[in-house]
Design a protein around this ligand. Structure first.
Ligand code: NAD
Length: 317
């Protein structure tokens, strides 16, 4: 049986991932950890600051973990506000997690991001292997992280795996300060106020994915036959690419009076402008069978349905 330790488990991805992993591998097979305890699923939880490598090691050992899923990080927009903190947490936390995994011979997963690309990267059909000169601290961290994970595999034979996530959309846990957060906020505001002011300019395409597909991708890449992997870390994966007026038009199919306006935030717009329009996921499809269920149309139907229920419940309680 797998014994999985997750860091950053109270975040946008971690909070849903833990629930899914417990459904698949058993309630007690997953140790959720985070610096803050807001996870509400039944099962083991420990407070852990990923900067504390000793405690991370002890928790992994006591739990008998054979898999490390490292999610704790500072995201793109937040990292730009505090680059030094981002460097220390994103690199220090990753190094601690890799070292614990190496010492205990654990399978290892950590996500990279479309933020690992930069303005000189080909913008369309961005290849798996291409120029990566990001201009954000987050991007610098992600490229270094991709290389570190490759290094731990080559140098120590550690079973490291990973994907480059696009912007993730979910109705469960709010996003943690990324550049693509508008694609989540817009659904909340559409239901609550019938209008949304976008901080990203019309015409700015970015890759996106609905959370159920992102969680399945983590499970699939971790379950894949390692001997078939040519790449290991940082597989390009995307489900859709759209710009603000396209998601607004999709929402308008269900909320016809929905109004969209723009007040562009220069910091997040500059980050978005430095990222690809649409990445090519061929390597992930060929090497471990990456696939998605949701496009923009299907995601919008599900988001609006689930979010309406959630917001009505909140209003009643
Ligand atoms: P998030 O910000 O929602 O969650 C991060 C979690 O890390 C939070 O719960 C936070 O409390 C925790 N954390 C912060 N500092 C910590 C510390 N010192 N010790 C322990 N925990 C700490 O982020 P997320 O969206 O869940 O992202 C998880 C990973 O996925 C990150 O590596 C991120 O770069 C990557 N990613 C996310 C997206 C996205 O759209 N959500 C896209 C691409 C890549």
């Amino acid at each position: 049986m797998k014994k999985i330790m997750v860091t950053g488990a109270s975040g946008q991805i971690g909070s849903e991932l833990v629930v899914k992993l417990r459904e698949i591998y058993g309630q007690d097979a997953v140790l959720a950890t985070d610096i803050r305890q807001i996870i509400n699923s039944a099962g083991p939880f420990e407070v852990l600051d990923v900067m504390d490598g000793k405690r991370m090691y002890t928790l992994a050992k006591d739990f008998g973990a054979d898999t490390m899923i490292h999610m704790a990080a500072l995201l793109s927009a937040t990292a730009e506000k505090n680059p030094l903190l981002a460097w220390n947490l994103n690199m220090g936390g990753l190094m601690n997690a890799l070292e614990v995994a190496r010492e205990r011979e654990m399978q290892f997963f950590t996500p990279s991001s479309i933020g690992a690309f930069g303005p000189t990267t080909p913008k369309n059909d961005t290849p798996q292997d291409t120029l990566q000169r990001p201009t954000t601290m987050y991007g610098v961290n992600k490229v270094a992280g991709e290389l570190l994970c490759d290094y731990y595999h080559a140098r120590y034979g550690l079973d490291t795996r990973g994907v480059r996530f696009p912007g993730l959309v979910s109705y469960v846990t709010p996003p943690g300060g990324g550049t693509t957060d508008y694609a989540v906020d817009i659904y909340y505001k559409a239901i609550e106020e019938g209008r949304y002011t976008s901080y990203i300019a019309e015409g700015t395409y970015m890759d996106m994915m609905y959370m159920p597909d992102a969680l399945q991708a983590i499970v699939d890449v971790m379950e894949a036959d390692g001997s078939k992997l040519i790449h290991r870390n940082a597989f390009n994966i995307s489900a859709m690419s759209f710009e603000p007026s396209e998601i607004a038009a999709e929402i308008r199919k269900h909320i016809p009076h929905f109004k969209m306006s723009y007040q562009v935030d220069p910091v997040r717009q500059a980050i978005a402008d430095s990222w690809p329009n649409e990445i090519d996921s061929t390597a992930a499809r060929e090497e471990w069978g990456f696939k998605v269920e949701y496009n923009l149309e299907k995601m919008t139907i599900d988001m609006l349905q689930k979010l309406k229920k959630k917001l009505t419940k909140k209003a009643i309680s």
